[in-house]
Write a protein that binds this ligand. Structure first.
Ligand SMILES: O=P(O)(O)OC[C@H]1O[C@H](O[C@H]2O[C@H](CO)[C@@H](O)[C@H](O)[C@H]2O)[C@H](O)[C@@H](O)[C@@H]1O
Length: 275
């Protein structure tokens, strides 16, 4: 496979800048659906074969390699085996947590999370959630999953207004995703997380890969950075479940397997001696 070509001029420029000067670049990746294939039970997610070696290869050549995820940072590190990747930065909970070098930095969750923890199970029952509906408690947020229900989309639609009301009551926001609605603290998103990491690392180019609606703020940030003179490329790990992300990306690869191939090609095409 040759290195795929972005379908936009801006994406082309972004990928060229990344390849030409990898030592000053930032490569950031979503976890579920991008590095790790979607599975029914989130506790069993693992990166697609070849992804962690590819991240390790990138870490040796690229300024900063990061994961920006809705998961708790330590969960992504454990499930992903990410501690193996030298100097990787993992921003968890949409940027509310930061894991680097084995150390986690996180602010205390707002009190609304406890209220949701207390009220959510009864709310889900009384709303008539079908069998298979499952609550994931992520400590500083809670997510209601319907992937294991007979009709996951119908279950989400049934629950959505109830979850929105509870989130508002608790001073939280809802974050829709692939067969999941999360109730989480406001004030952070992957866009703000990506921007502050790009600033902190003085990135001269940025690559961001994601698959879900929660990744779109990071795509928006990358577009803003381009307008501010920092070239970049957005990559979609495509699925049939979410089509909006592909329509907004410079480059589309077929899921985590496609991303693994892309990263191998990218590594083979990085300029060795930046000019
Ligand atoms: O930001 P991400 O790294 O993409 O995390 C987003 C959510 O991912 C997880 O849920 C998704 O993946 C599960 C495992 O493949 C799948 O079963 C579920 O249907 C997907 O929505 C995770 O469980 C959530 O907490 C994250 O917010």
């Amino acid at each position: 496979m040759a290195l795929p070509s972005p379908r936009t001029d801006d994406g082309h420029r972004g990928l060229d800048a990344f390849r030409s000067s990898p030592g000053r670049a930032l490569a950031a990746f979503d976890f579920d659906g991008t590095l790790a294939p979607i599975v029914e039970d989130p506790r069993t997610s693992v990166p697609y074969p070849g992804i962690v070696p590819a991240l390790t290869g990138l870490a040796a050549r690229v300024g900063t390699v990061a994961v920006v995820t809705g998961r708790p940072a330590e969960t992504a590190v454990l499930l992903g085996g990410l501690a193996e990747v030298p100097d990787i930065v993992v921003l968890g909970h949409y940027g509310a947590e930061r894991w680097a070098g084995g150390r986690l930095v996180a602010a205390a969750p707002p009190p609304g999370v406890d209220l949701v923890r207390e009220q959510l199970p009864a709310l889900v029952d009384s709303a008539g959630a079908p069998e298979g509906t499952w609550i994931e408690d992520k400590d500083r947020s809670l997510a209601v999953h319907t992937r294991r229900a007979a009709d996951p989309d119908a279950a989400l639609e049934l629950l959505r207004p109830h979850l929105e009301r509870l989130a508002e009551h608790a001073g939280l926001v809802t974050e829709p995703g692939r067969m999941v609605i999360e109730l989480r603290p406001q004030g952070v998103d992957k866009g703000a997380a990506l921007r502050s990491l790009a600033q902190e690392t003085a990135a001269r180019s940025v690559l961001y890969a994601g698959d879900d609606l929660g990744d779109l703020p990071a795509f928006d940030t990358l577009v803003s950075l381009r307008e501010e003179g920092v070239p970049g490329v957005t990559v979609c790990s495509a699925s049939e479940e979410v089509t909006e992300v592909a329509s907004r990306a410079d480059l589309v690869v077929p899921g985590p397997a496609g991303l693994a191939e892309f990263l191998d090609e990218l590594l083979a095409n990085l300029r060795t001696h930046p000019s």
